[in-house]
Write a protein that binds this ligand. Structure first.
Ligand code: PEP
Ligand code: MG
Length: 894
């Protein structure tokens, strides 16, 4: 098994083996682009190390062979005292992971070779000592585990002593002194000397990359992003080029299109006379890439032409890291670039127009999660611009969205406060991977330094979090937990602020939010507004139209009233998959239900039902009208009873108090008795659904009558009502048969009385394991199945759906027992396999049996793909999820 690949040996399709970075370096090498020579250690090698705690035996020899070849090609050896070859060691997993060790530059430099490097650089001693202190700093921190702040402090104090605020103000002697300081820090903190042997440096750095796969930050990131924990990382060893050799050198990052908006043009940051990490870390302030044209036109033109080549080759937006060494341009990295949701839609349709990809590919390039992000509300511009909420700053719009929360200045507080239900905005001068947990917890992130490619910006975009960065006029003091705005206004920890990741504006106080243009478009209310919003909406429209054209799954809505039904229809719903009738009984009508449940005599019960009937009929008339011509699945009452009865403790106290005053009222006493009688330890497994319908005579008959009469009424009004009647919580076919018989009788009565022929399908929910296991029998009495994956998940796992998220799910997620709650994304192996089997069994009994799902999973992207795959006919979800489900149903095919 080959463990090391030269850059000339790989290609972009080998990401599993070479990681994203390594595979793309190889691809660029083979495209003939200027990539400094080097080689990649495979993820296989890493996996062996992670499993056994030792590098595979053959690794050392293979690395030696590739290093020899590299040395021959470069004409010098690693760390050669008079003319050293230096290399960078960079991690590179299949997926880019900000939580991992990134890079150690200048490996090979030592006391012995620092003078040789100076000679190589034309006698530039300052450069050589600066390179050496960078190596000590990066190696000390990432390989030897020294707290990076100690180096930062030493550098700051050297600058202070010199009276300069830039490292460019330090000369060769200062850098040499810093090297001594840094070595002392390393020795003091680790009890070991910084290794002088170049090969040892390299080997230790490689091992540190392997180890960084399993840091807490990396694990947290993988859980967030649902990246498997067993992939391992590759390691790239690349000959060094230098961006810090003077004004004709520099380093930068670039995007082939704007990753925030998707707009075409030149986007990126450039930092003259600097080395790689300076840009990403946001340490010094960069200039826009366009300014490189003035600085070095040849390199600029070359870069633009390479960017065009890469876009054509990858057929996608690429991001790039490059270095210019004395006028010579080098490509250090490229990858298909991360982008905001808006950019994803715009770029995908632009590329279709440019003929680079087809519409199916455009559909693959966007996701339901991105669409959901675009449907978030944004700040009300009228308020935002009116000055009623004071604007305190303006940074770079790094990741869109509108976030309001309390100011916090460290990750720990962000996590703590958000756990107790506070919305927080994490404010830092700049973020680094240590801030990851706080960024996850925060509504938004605000930094005072760094550009669009700073850590904060890149990570926030990846997470879909609102971020404003580089708000330089704000002074962030993390020690004193405060922010000072121009004019001396001080914002303390806990003060409410609003940040706008689309405009970069920062406000003190809460700015109200308004719906997104994409929602306005779905609502059919669009079209005024900015050019950018216009292009975005057109892109969304095109992608949605294509998804609708290709998808097989139909999309229905969970809606219980005409208003929601109408909205769902505007959003593209093709019917209602679940109308929860218990929602129609809340509010004023709760008392009627209470009377029904408490009725002692037939007369009392019938009176309550008679009062409910016309109310229900009107509900259904309105619903069928809103969904005219489309199916409406009405589910008969399925309340956990306790939701309709007064709280037992409260009522007991009230009665006890009244009794002590000797004015207890008859009604309360009866109520208390009934509440006691009906009280259940486990209401979710209690008298619900079909059980209630079988126990309370006349209840389901009343609902069926209301549905049938409403349908007849709509017919008379020349409408096209398409009701379907659904029986909840069925566990056995006998339950269904009893309800069916009664329903058929009632429907026949209504047909006779109204002189209208009605075709009302009667079906059932499959939401108990027994129903799924006996689906073949149940299908004999059911014309359709709708999988209730909420209850099915609850009962298959034995997880109380109302309690677990707040109790032990966090621990389960942290332990990686699952990457996401099974109430959110369908558990394919368990619950999903029951769905699959029940669907097959049902159809075996009744070919053409209509199958749908109406649990929350119906609007979850990953679950939609699963339901497509098992052959359901439709998914049903809340109105706001409908566009997401439509898109994902299309993506399931594309
Ligand atoms: C379900 O159980 O998945 C379902 C849709 O019903 P409810 O959520 O109303 O229990
Ligand atoms: Mg249910």
């Amino acid at each position: 098994q080959k463990l090391v690949y030269d850059f000339t040996e790989g290609n972009k399709d080998l990401k599993d083996l070479l990681g994203g970075k390594g595979a793309n370096l190889a691809e660029m090498t083979n495209l003939g682009l200027p990539v400094p020579p080097g080689f990649t250690i495979t993820t296989d090698a890493c996996r062996v190390y992670l499993e056994t705690g030792a590098e595979p035996l053959e690794l050392r020899d293979e690395v030696s062979a590739h290093l020899d070849a590299l040395e021959r090609q470069m004409g010098r050896t690693l760390g050669q005292p008079d003319d050293p070859l230096l290399v960078s060691v960079r991690s590179g997993a299949k997926f880019s992971m900000p939580g991992m060790m990134d890079t150690v530059l200048n490996i090979g430099l030592s006391d012995a070779s620092v003078a040789g490097l100076a000679a190589q650089a034309g006698g530039d001693a300052r450069f050589a000592w600066d390179s050496y202190r960078r190596l000590l700093q990066m190696f000390g921190k990432t390989v030897m585990g020294v707290d990076g702040e100690l180096f930062d402090e030493a550098l700051e104090s050297a600058k202070r002593a010199k009276g300069t605020d830039s490292d460019l103000g330090l000369d060769a002697a200062d850098m040499q002194a810093l090297v001594d300081d840094f070595k002392a820090i390393v020795a003091k903190q680790t009890g070991r000397e910084f290794p002088q042997d170049p090969r040892e440096q390299m080997d230790l750095a490689v091992r540190a990359v392997f180890d960084s796969w399993n840091t807490d930050r990396a694990r947290l990131y993988r859980r967030q992003e649902r990246i498997p924990h067993d992939l391992g990382t590759a390691v790239n060893i690349c000959s060094m080029v230098f961006g810090n050799l003077g004004p004709d050198s520099g380093t930068g990052v670039a995007f082939t299109r704007d990753p925030a908006s998707g707009q075409q043009g030149v986007y990126g940051d450039y930092l003259q006379n600097a080395q790689g990490e300076d840009v990403v870390a946001g340490i010094r302030n960069t200039v826009g890439l366009a300014e490189l044209e003035a600085i070095d036109k040849t390199s600029y033109d070359r870069l633009l032409s390479i960017m065009a080549t890469l876009e054509r080759h990858y057929k996608d937006l690429c991001d790039i890291e490059f270095t210019i060494e004395r006028g010579q341009l080098w490509m250090l990295q490229t990858r298909v670039g991360k982008r905001t949701a808006a950019a994803a839609f715009r770029v995908a349709t632009q590329l279709v127009d440019e003929g680079l990809i087809d519409e199916a590919e455009a559909l693959r390039r966007v996701s339901g999660d991105q669409l959901a992000q675009l449907m978030f509300p944004r700040f009300d511009e009228k308020v935002a611009d009116s000055g009623t909420v004071p604007r305190i700053g303006w940074g770079i719009a790094a990741s869109p969205g509108a976030a309001v929360g309390k100011a916090v200045f460290d990750s720990y507080t962000a996590v703590k406060w958000s756990r107790s239900g506070e919305r927080v905005i994490l404010i830092r001068r700049e973020t680094n991977p240590d801030d990851l947990a706080g960024m996850v917890a925060a509504e938004g992130i605000l930094t005072s330094r760094g550009g669009k490619t700073s850590h904060a910006a890149v990570v926030a975009r990846g997470m879909g979090k609102t971020c404003v960065c580089g708000a330089e006029e704000l002074e962030v003091d993390t020690k004193r937990r405060r922010l000072t705005a121009p004019g001396g206004l001080v914002i303390e920890e806990g003060d409410l602020i609003s940040i706008d990741g689309s405009s970069g504006k920062i406000y003190l106080g809460e700015v109200p939010v308004v719906p997104s243009p994409v929602v306005e478009y779905f609502e059919g209310r669009m079209h005024a507004g900015a050019e950018e919003a216009g292009e975005l909406v057109r892109a969304v429209h095109r992608v949605m139209a294509y998804a609708d054209r290709v998808r097989r799954l139909r999309v229905r809505a969970n809606a219980d009233n005409a208003e929601d039904a109408a909205r769902a229809r505007r959003f593209g719903a093709q019917g209602i998959g679940l109308c929860r009738t218990e929602h129609m009984f809340l509010g004023d009508r709760r008392e009627l239900v209470e009377r029904l449940i408490l009725a002692d005599t037939d007369t009392e019960r019938e009176a309550a039902l008679a009062e409910l009937l016309p109310l229900q009929r009107t509900d259904f008339i309105e619903l069928f009208e809103a969904m005219d011509g489309l199916p409406v699945t009405v589910r008969l009452l399925d309340p956990p009873l306790h939701e309709f009865l007064p709280d037992i403790t409260e009522l007991s106290v009230r009665v006890a108090l009244a009794e002590s005053r000797e004015d207890a009222n008859e009604n309360d006493l009866r109520l208390l008795q009934a509440v006691h009688k009906l009280h259940e330890q486990n209401p979710m497994l209690g008298l619900r659904g079909v059980r209630l319908g079988l126990v309370i005579p006349g209840l389901f008959a009343m609902q069926v009558r209301a549905i049938a009469e409403a349908a007849a009424h709509r017919r008379t009004a020349k409408g096209d009502p398409r009701p379907e009647i659904m029986i909840p919580l069925v566990g056995t076919v006998q339950e269904l048969e009893i309800v069916r018989d009664e329903a058929d009788r009632v429907i026949a009565e209504v047909e006779k009385a109204t002189g209208t022929g009605l075709t009302l399908a009667i079906g059932t929910m499959i939401e108990l394991p027994r129903a799924a296991l006996t689906a073949a029998q149940i299908a004999e009495a059911a014309e359709f199945f709708s999988f209730g994956t909420n209850d099915l998940t609850q009962t298959v796992w034995g997880f109380s759906r109302d309690d677990v998220e707040a109790s032990f799910f966090t621990a389960y997620l942290e332990k990686g027992i699952f990457g996401v709650s099974p109430f959110e994304t369908i558990d394919k192996d368990g619950v999903g396999s029951l769905v699959r089997a029940a669907a097959e069994a049902g159809r075996a009994t009744r070919p053409g049996l209509k199958l749908g799902v109406c649990g929350e999973h119906g609007g979850d992207p990953e679950s939609v793909h699963f339901f497509h795959e098992v052959g359901l006919d439709y998914v049903s979800c809340s109105p706001f999820r409908i566009p997401v489900a439509r898109l994902e149903a299309g993506r399931a095919i594309a």
